[in-house]
Design a protein around this ligand. Structure first.
Ligand code: ZN
Length: 239
C-alpha cells in the first residue's frame, strides 16, 4: 500500500443525478477547465464511478452538450485513451466518447498484435444513452485498462460482437453491430454508465502493471498469461 491519504484531490465530482446537479456539474467543469480545455479524470474510489448515471434528457442545451463532448474528446486524446465516459470526469450522465485511430505505419509484429485483437480504426464517436447486448455467445479475452485505474491492466472476457443502441450527438438513433476491439471499447465505456468498472469482471489473477504487460504479455496470446499467472480463459473465448 502507498500512503498519500492526506492529499486533497483537485477534482470536484458529484453523484447527484438530478437535471440541476448534472447541468451544474458540466457548467462548473467547462468553466474551470484549463486553457487547454482538458478536464481532470476521476479515479477508482470516487463514488461517481459507482453511480448509475442519468439519461441525457435535455439537462444541457445543444451548445453545452457539444462543448462537453469536445472536452471529453480532448481529455481522452491527451490522456491518451481510446474511450472516456462522462462519470470519468465526475459527471453522472449517460454519455461517452471513443476514438481508436490505430496507426497505419506499423512493423509486422505490431500489426500482428492488432490483428489478433481485431483492433481496427474506430471513431471518433459520441454516444448518448448507450446500451448494448451480446449478439453471439463467442467472447474475446484480452488485457484492457481504464483511465480511471491508471497504471494497471487486467484480462476481461467480453462478447466478440455486440448490438449498440443509443443516440448520436445530433439525436439520431443508433442501432448497429460492433465486433472486435470497437465492441470492447463500447462495452467498457457503456459499463461505466452503470457504475461498473472493468475490474468488476476481470480475471483478478491477471492484474498487471502496464510495464509488466508490455514486458511479458504485450505480444503474448492471453492463454500464455493464463497459464503463467493462474487464471481461466473461458471456453467461449476465440483467438
Ligand atoms: Zn474505463
Amino acid at each position: 500500500m502507498s500512503g498519500r491519504a492526506d492529499e486533497v484531490p483537485a477534482v470536484a465530482s458529484s453523484t447527484g443525478t438530478s437535471a440541476t446537479a448534472v447541468r451544474n456539474a458540466v457548467r462548473r467543469l467547462l468553466d474551470t477547465a484549463g486553457a487547454d480545455g482538458i478536464l481532470p479524470i476521476v479515479e477508482a474510489g470516487d463514488p461517481v464511478l459507482r453511480t448509475v448515471c442519468a439519461p441525457v434528457d435535455g439537462q444541457l442545451d445543444d451548445a453545452e452538450l457539444r462543448a462537453f463532448a469536445d472536452a471529453l474528446h480532448r481529455t481522452m486524446r491527451s490522456a491518451p485513451g481510446v474511450g472516456l465516459a462522462a462519470p470519468q470526469v465526475g459527471v453522472p450522465l449517460r454519455m461517452f466518447v471513443a476514438e481508436d485511430p490505430v496507426p497505419s505505419q506499423l512493423d509486422e509484429a505490431a500489426a500482428g498484435r492488432l490483428t489478433v485483437r481485431r483492433r481496427v480504426p474506430f471513431g471518433p464517436r459520441v454516444v448518448l444513452n448507450a446500451s448494448y447486448t451480446a449478439t453471439t455467445d463467442a467472447t474475446a479475452s484480452f488485457y484492457e485498462g481504464c483511465l480511471s485505474v491508471p497504471g494497471y491492466q487486467a484480462v476481461v472476457d467480453r462478447p466478440l460482437t455486440i448490438a449498440l443502441a443509443g443516440h448520436d450527438l445530433a439525436g439520431g438513433a443508433l442501432d448497429e453491430e460492433l465486433s472486435g476491439w470497437p465492441a470492447r471499447i463500447v462495452a467498457h465505456e457503456s459499463d461505466h454508465l452503470d457504475g461498473v468498472l472493468y475490474l468488476d469482471t476481470a480475471q483478478m489473477r491477471s492484474l498487471a502493471t502496464n510495464d509488466a504487460v508490455a514486458r511479458w504479455w504485450g505480444r503474448a496470446d492471453t492463454r500464455e498469461a493464463a497459464a503463467a499467472l493462474g487464471f481461466e480463459v473461458p471456453a467461449t473465448s476465440v483467438f
